[in-house]
Design a protein around this ligand. Structure first.
Ligand SMILES: Cc1ncc(COP(=O)(O)O)c(C=O)c1O
Length: 366
């Protein structure tokens, strides 16, 4: 059979790179996707199991708005905002998808400082927008030059993506700089991705109270250990909430995920334990890695290491042979081919990684 329906050859979608998730190899230590080494709270698992058993949670029924509202109310309490400013989605990915649909279309542009989370550029291209890439300052700590960013803006700029802490570089953007950007570009939505904020020293969330063009995105995938359930949210100015509801796919957060996220927010002890483990593991990795390669200070649950003149792909392959997967950053636009990103694991996993990396880097063939 001849296939006659094809995607338009001139469509920018032809240029898209497939999203490359962190590698999962059965039996290997996985330090490639910035997940929670402790897993979810045991209270979450209990809450789901009990609700399924006593049929509070009915899998045959569409998610109930009342449960969604309860989750939004719990999130509102957690972040200290009113419930009207909270929207949810299937992970930050799902929330971003909705926001990009709202703000970007043909002829509009988005600013993306790189290297950063690759989904931003894919969503912009899929929506028919044009990404404008700003290189982060490589010689320092991958900071953003606000002057360069603003110079790349024009009257078609509708979104500016700021990941803080940034994936894969681990650094945050200063509040003063976000203010400067938001004030200079009132026609553009500044989307601050705080996927890793629980591991950072501060948050930019309060800017949503002051600026009508700032949104902050958060997730249950990292500090709460629920990556497999896909729940994220955003704190947005009230004027945008109605539009968000209209554009978002209905029922995109499933009933089990809603129940799990509510239970996760109630177990603050598990949250604190997770953050403590990550912070001490991060210090351990930073202190020890700097003895064998260049490592960047991080406010997230991962660290970035520069292995130049070695190639990141060669080092990742060698680590894989030793049963450990880390993230090869060569797939991040603008990162070059010598960086790896290592998620903070349990102390035992961190020690194994360190030993393996020492061994790999000291091998003669490098
Ligand atoms: C900066 C950043 N934003 C968003 C995500 C995805 O978050 P979620 O699992 O909530 O879709 C990731 C995942 O690694 C990330 O690094």
């Amino acid at each position: 059979m001849t296939i006659t329906m094809r995607c338009d050859k001139r469509s920018p979608i032809q240029e898209l790179e497939e999203y490359k998730p962190g590698k999962l190899i059965k039996g290997a230590i996985k330090l490639s996707s910035n997940e929670n080494p402790l897993g979810p709270s045991p209270e979450v698992v209990k809450a789901i199991a009990n609700s399924l058993e006593n049929e509070d949670l009915k899998l045959s029924v569409y998610p109930w708005e009342g449960n969604e509202d309860e989750l939004r109310a719990e999130i509102a309490r957690y972040v200290g905002f009113g419930v009207k400013t909270i929207v949810i989605g299937a992970g930050i990915d799902g929330v971003l998808d909705t926001l990009v649909k709202i703000f970007l279309g043909n002829g509009n542009e988005a600013i993306i400082p790189v290297p950063t989370f690759s989904l931003y550029e894919s969503l912009v291209i899929i929506a028919g927008g044009t990404p404008r890439y700003i290189p982060r300052r490589r010689n320092e700590h991958f900071e953003i030059s606000v002057a360069e960013l603003l110079a790349a803006c024009n009257d078609r700029t509708r979104m500016i993506f700021l990941s803080s802490p940034n994936n894969p570089t681990g650094n945050c953007i200063a509040e003063k700089e976000v203010r400067e950007i938001a004030e200079a570009m009132p026609e553009a939505m500044v989307a601050i991705d705080e996927a890793y904020v629980e591991f950072a020293d501060s948050s930019l969330v309060n800017l949503v109270r002051e600026y009508e063009n700032v949104v902050v995105l958060r997730t249950f995938s990292k500090a709460f250990g629920l990556a497999g359930l896909r729940v994220g949210y955003a704190i947005i100015p009230e004027w945008l909430a109605g539009m968000y509801k209209k554009v978002a796919i209905p029922f995109s957060v499933n009933s089990v995920a809603i129940q799990a996220a509510i239970a996760a927010l109630k177990d603050k002890k598990h949250l604190r334990r997770s953050i403590k483990l990550v912070k001490s593991g991060r210090t351990f990795l930073e202190e020890n890695l700097q003895k064998i390669c260049k490592v960047y200070p991080s406010e997230a649950n991962f660290v970035l290491a520069d292995l130049s003149p070695r190639k990141s792909s060669t080092v990742c392959d060698a680590l894989e042979k030793k049963g450990i997967t880390v993230r090869d950053c060569a797939s991040f636009r603008g990162a070059g081919d010598s960086f790896i990103r290592i998620s903070v694991g349990t102390q035992e996993e961190n020690e194994k990684l360190l030993e393996a990396l020492k061994h790999v880097l000291s091998a003669k063939r490098f």
